[in-house]
Design a binder for this molecule. Structure first.
Ligand code: CP
Length: 358
């Protein structure tokens, strides 16, 4: 039976297990709201990855770009980013432009009527009066979910994409990370059987939490979590991995982990969550990827990072072919274009155009 967010109370939706929420977020068998990484299964990850690749290849030709821009010229997207962003904001801008959408933005609530005391609820409802899609980032965990539920009970129930909320979710980052892994391993089978090493601030990194969950969709994946004790992965994720039967190990020795990894996923200290600045005192020098560590890395492994980075990857690692983080951020534009195209029912048209050109 098809159900929507308007079919459930806020309290009941909020209380659902994350894996249960997805059934309320679809419309006609495709994505409507994109709120949590847990709403995607392996089949859908592969379909979206293929769609992103088709968009990427179609866009290489001028006629292809013209076709893509003809898809959504009558749709408008609002980018509501009340928390700083470079990659997510700009890649969503570019994704919308690739598909011919018009965009509006609020990046600083000091320039919107929130400065005058308007609630975020009223702000989002105002955006829905003018736009057909809201992409939102907020420092408040669960806010995108709350806004999606709220809009679903109004006369303008436009879709919401969560572009990062609090410490809990960054689902489109997880999609671009999986897409990067799919592309990196396509000549070596797939993500199945690979070892992913997560390094850095695993306690507060929402990208790690979302990606770790998505990787449970693959067979025989092993995850290694390498961090100082204070920043280690939380018991909630470890419990999830145990119940999903996923092999994993919590470690502190980075040099021991590197040779085991097919992908090394580096993260920075997330000290913006730490008002007292305590985490700035943690010594992370042992958890930095410096040039000498390249010798420990498998020849066909990849180094990833959601960025922004600080000192946890030296710039002199950038020219190694295994450093894929610049490609990774570009993949964000393609997978976000794929996601928006899917939300607006353009997946079939893109796949057919691609097949006709092949
Ligand atoms: N990876 C990521 O979310 O980057 P931004 O904060 O720059 O958007």
């Amino acid at each position: 039976m098809t159900v929507q967010l308007s079919d459930i109370t806020w309290d009941a939706f909020r209380a659902l297990e994350l894996g249960e929420k997805g059934r309320y977020l679809a419309n006609d068998g495709r994505e409507y709201h994109v709120l949590v990484a847990q709403q995607f299964n392996r089949k859908r990850l592969e379909e979206l990855g293929a769609l992103a690749t088709h968009i990427r290849r179609i866009s290489k030709q001028e006629a292809g770009m013209t076709f893509l821009r003809s898809l959504l010229p009558n749709q408008r997207a609002m980018l509501y980013f009340s928390q700083p962003s470079s990659r997510t904001f700009l890649s969503f801008c570019s994704a919308c432009e690739i598909l011919g959408m018009n965009i509006g933005e609020v990046r600083d609530t000091a320039t919107s009527s929130e400065f005058k005391g308007e609630t975020q609820e009223d702000s989002v409802r105002t955006f829905s009066s003018y736009f057909d899609l809201i992409v939102m980032r907020s420092q408040i965990g669960g806010l995108a979910e709350r806004m999606a539920w709220l809009l679903s009970n109004t006369e303008r129930p436009v879709p919401i994409i969560n572009a990062g909320s609090g410490k809990d979710q960054h689902p489109t980052q997880a999609l671009l990370d999986v897409y990067t892994l799919q592309r990196s391993f396509e000549k070596r089978g797939s993500i199945d059987g690979k070892t992913i090493v997560f390094v850095g601030d695993l306690a507060r990194g929402r990208t790690v939490r979302s990606l770790a969950w998505l990787l449970t969709n693959y067979r025989d994946v092993k995850m290694l979590f390498v961090a100082p004790t204070e920043l280690q992965i939380g018991e909630d994720i470890l419990g999830l991995l145990r119940s999903a039967g996923v092999k994993h190990e919590v470690m502190s020795d980075f040099d021991k982990a590197i040779p085991m990894g097919d992908a090394i996923y580096m993260t920075r200290i997330q000290d913006e969550w730490d008002a007292a600045g305590e985490s700035r005192k943690i010594d992370i020098s042992r958890y930095c990827f410096t040039r000498d560590k390249l010798a420990l890395l498998k020849p066909d492994a990849v180094i990833m990072h959601p960025f922004p980075r600080r000192q946890e990857i030296s710039v002199d690692v950038d020219d190694d072919p295994r450093a894929v983080y610049w490609r990774q951020m570009r993949n964000g534009m393609w997978i976000r274009a794929a996601l928006i195209a899917a939300i607006f029912g353009k997946e079939k048209a893109i796949n057919e155009y691609f097949a006709a050109q092949a």
